[in-house]
Structure formats: C-alpha cells, structure tokens
Design a protein around this ligand. Structure first.
Ligand SMILES: Cc1cc2nc3c(=O)[nH]c(=O)nc-3n(C[C@H](O)[C@H](O)[C@H](O)COP(=O)(O)O)c2cc1C
Length: 325
C-alpha cells in the first residue's frame, strides 16, 4: 500500500506506533520498524539527552529501517533539556520526530535545518492547522477515543477525521481507536493516509512491559477506560482500576477546588511500577477504548501483516463487491 505517509517516511506500511511513556523503548520501536511500520522511541521516558542518545544507538543496532523519536511537551516547573534531546536526535541520525503536547515551534528550526521530518500529534482541527502553518510535515489526529490525552473538545474520530480532511493540506494519520484492518480502511475512507496506534502496540510480544499489562488489555472491554484530571483541564483516558476509582472519588468530592497535589499519589511516578513491575494498581495508566478490540498478544510483524491483509481484503472483496468491479 502506497500513501503520502509511506512516501514521506519511506516506510512499507502506513502504520505508526505512537510514543508511549515507559513502553516506547528501542525494543518496541525496532520491532515495529522491522515489520514495515514506523516505530517511535519515547524521548521523555529516557529523561536526559545522554540516555536518549544511548537508546537511539540501541535501536540502530536492532533495525536498519527508519524509526522516530517522540518529544512530548508538558507543562513543568523543571522542563527537560529539549535542546539537548533535539541534538541527540540529530546526532543519532534519526530522521523523524513525533511531537505532542504543546506547539512544537521551539524545536522546529533545528529539526528542519537537519532535514528531520516532523509529525505533530493533536486533538483538534485548529491545532492541526496551526501545526501545518508552522511547517510540520504531517499531523497525527487523535480522536476522543484515544489512550492518553484526548484534549478537552471530546470530538470522536468519526467527525474529527473527515473534518481534518476538509481543512488540511499536509498528510495526516488517524490516531485513537485504531486496531485492525477495519480501522485502517476506515481511516483511509475518511481521508487519512495511515494510522497511528498506541494501546494496540502495548499488547504485542516485543513491547517491553510486564506481561500483566498485556493481559489486562486482552481482558478489558471498551467500557473499561475512565477520564481523569478533567477538572484540571489535563484530561487523560486511563484503564479503570481501584486506584483510578479512588482518584475519581476525590475529584468528585473536591469539585472545582481540586489541585494536582490532591491526586499526585495516583498519577505521579507510577509508570515504572505499572509497566516494568506489573503492579497494576500502582496508579493511573493511559489506555484507549480500543482495549475492547484487543484479543491477543501477537508479534508486531504478525499484527502489522494481519492489519495489511485484512485491509486489502476489505477493499478488494467487500467494498469492490458492494459497488461492483
Ligand atoms: C500507555 C500510554 C502512554 C502514552 N504516552 C504518551 C507519551 O508519552 N507521549 C505522547 O505523545 N503520547 C503518548 N500516548 C498516546 C499515544 O502515542 C497515542 O497517541 C494514543 O495511544 C492513540 O490512541 P490509542 O491508544 O487508541 O491507539 C500514550 C498512550 C498510552 C496508551
């Protein structure tokens, strides 16, 4: 399958693995890229330019295919060394960066000067247009279904993707709720040039997370996510567990008086405990509604091959069959 996204990133299949905190290590990025998709290392998980440089070198050892690095901009009192990370990316020979969170304007000049392609992830048409206007090469349009931060507009992909197609000139991928060949064909029908998946890639053999995390995704249904931190306008879609229920009780009790410090125990520093140690009640972890479509733990190659085969079959048999050859 050839789309503007496969051509832009020089990859075989229009499938991207979005950056994921404490999931997007070199093992997963390399497995996705080796399978013909675009794997992405999550910069902030590494924390420093030196550690990121080492992770990039490790990924180069595991794949000779293109892979990217995610740079997420979060509000922080002590921001990470973003310029140092950009230097590690450029020096490491990485040619694709996925940005997310705030507007990536601060890193664009250096990345563009080094010939790095930038795909910005955003949750609204207006932010997508902003990304286009400042020179991003593509956008990843993240609908309300997505795991992680869906923004505050709550527009699901059935509306958001065709709206993005109406307005954007640069290519975009559909993100949020993508799991299989049906998702890919639907995304293409809406005008996207590929898909970005987060949650689905956690339940793969190569994802370097505890087996209990993968099993939790297989066991979960589409009803098992919750939105937290809405009163702080930092909404996150997470897997429901007793800790999340406790957090939501606090949100309800405190109402408009809620401060981040009230829920810090449930959200801060919990990722290593959950992802690496499999302590499933340590806190809130991002998870998409797409959990309801995850029924197995394949290799990345088996997953991507299956998505491509299913998409082709839907297009060639079902759709052509409906309209007539
Ligand atoms: C566990 C987890 C951690 C994530 N961490 C990040 C992150 O650090 N930066 C980022 O830009 N997106 C992050 N995301 C969002 C994903 O990159 C992707 O946009 C999202 O998962 C797409 O929705 P889906 O889960 O329905 O596929 C995370 C998602 C998950 C599930």
């Amino acid at each position: 399958m050839k789309t503007k996204i496969t051509e832009l990133f020089e990859i075989e299949h229009p499938i991207i693995q979005g950056g994921m905190h404490f999931v997007g290590f070199a093992e997963l990025a390399a497995a996705v890229s080796n399978a013909g998709g675009l794997g992405i290392i999550t910069g902030l998980t590494l924390g420093t330019p030196e550690k990121l440089a080492k992770e990039i070198a490790r990924c180069h050892e595991m794949t000779d295919k293109p892979f990217g690095v995610n740079l997420t901009f979060l509000p922080s009192l002590t921001p990470p060394d973003y310029p140092g990370m950009v230097k590690a990316i450029i020096d490491g020979g990485v040619k694709i960066v996925e940005t997310a969170g705030r507007n990536p304007e601060q890193v664009l000049p250096a990345l563009k000067a080094a010939g790095v392609k930038v795909i910005h992830k955003c949750t609204s048409v207006r932010h997508s247009l902003k990304a286009q206007s400042i020179g991003c090469d593509a956008v990843s349009v993240d609908g309300f279904e997505c795991g992680g931060h869906p923004g505050e507009d709550d527009v699901p992909n059935f509306i958001l993707l065709p709206r993005a197609a109406e307005e954007l000139k640069i290519p975009f991928v559909a993100s949020g709720g993508m799991a299989d060949g049906r998702s890919l064909v639907a995304a293409l029908a809406f005008g996207a040039d590929g898909i970005n998946m987060g949650t689905r890639f956690i339940a793969t053999k190569e994802a370097p997370v505890h087996q209990r995390v993968k099993e939790a995704l297989v066991a979960a249904s589409e009803l098992d996510t919750r939105l937290i931190m809405r009163p702080l306008r930092n909404t996150e879609r997470v897997m429901r567990n007793p800790t999340v229920d406790r957090l939501l009780e606090k949100e309800k009790a405190l109402g408009a008086n809620l401060q981040f410090s009230d829920i810090i125990e449930e959200v801060a520093g919990v990722y290593p405990k959950i992802m690496l140690e499999g302590d499933m009640e340590a806190g809130a972890w991002s998870c998409g509604m797409v959990a309801g479509l995850i029924h197995d733990i394949p290799t990345c190659k088996a997953l991507i091959d299956r998505i491509m085969a299913e998409a082709e079959s839907i297009i060639r048999r079902r759709l052509v069959g409906i309209v007539g050859a």
